[in-house]
Ligand binder design. Structure first.
Ligand code: ADP
Length: 208
């Protein structure tokens, strides 16, 4: 789905990472680990095309559509309803189907007609993820998707992502969430080592 080769990024004289090389396979759950400041968000922003790398290249595979979940929810706008946000990404899905997806994420009933600008942080997270799931994206880049979520919403997000058939590149410190998504491999930033995921790696998730 993705081939990244020799990616590097610095801010001024501070090198965040250099020579990061990896591939992500179809349908894979690929975890990105690292301490605070290791460059996890920076890497996802590069893969999403939000910022450019200083060196190296990355190439999405043929027919890969990338969907990016960032923590800031910049793409959720005041004055536009929840359902209208879904319609923008819906590929012709009927409202009934869109409302069903919202329901999976715990946004039920009248929430569909609420001004998205008035949603809580956790509800915006749910809407942003629901939009990604109905979009054409078959490669999701998820940056800490369970931050700000109460336990019930976290369960809803987890269940929805477990049904998602596409590929996921995930940044998360949430040990239980990571374990439930069963990543196949992990990338450790800023060094860029790639390893298979196992139980021992869960200790790193908490630390990193
Ligand atoms: P992580 O997601 O692993 O916590 P980040 O990718 O957010 O790390 O940040 C990596 C480093 O790059 C940090 O030291 C951060 O301060 C720095 N950084 C990130 N974005 C910018 C920016 N726009 N300008 C300057 N420094 C930045």
């Amino acid at each position: 789905m993705l081939v990244a080769d020799g990616l590097a990024k610095s801010y001024g004289r501070t090198r965040v990472f250099a020579d990061v090389t990896f591939t992500v396979g179809r349908g894979e759950h690929f975890l990105v680990l690292g301490l605070n400041g290791a460059g996890k968000t920076t890497l996802l922003r590069i893969l999403a095309g939000v910022i450019d790398a200083d060196a190296g290249s990355f190439r999405p595979g043929a027919n890969v559509e990338i969907g990016f979940y960032a923590q800031e929810h910049e793409d959720i706008r005041n004055g536009v309803t929840v359902l209208d946000h879904m319609r923008e990404r819906a590929n012709g899905l009927a409202d009934r189907d869109l409302r069903a997806v919202l329901g999976h994420f715990g946004l039920t009933g009248d929430a569909a007609h609420q001004d998205a600008g008035t949603l809580s942080g956790g509800e915006k997270t749910k809407l942003a993820l629901a939009r990604l799931v109905v979009s054409r994206a078959n490669l999701l880049l998820l940056d800490e998707p369970t931050n700000n979520l109460d336990p019930q919403s976290r369960e809803a997000v987890l269940a929805a992502l477990q049904h998602y058939k596409g590929t996921i590149v995930l940044v998360s410190h949430d040990t239980e969430f990571v374990a439930s998504l069963e990543p196949e491999r992990l990338l450790v930033m800023p060094d860029g080592q790639v390893a298979f995921f196992d139980e021992d790696a869960l200790d790193l998730v908490e630390l990193a």
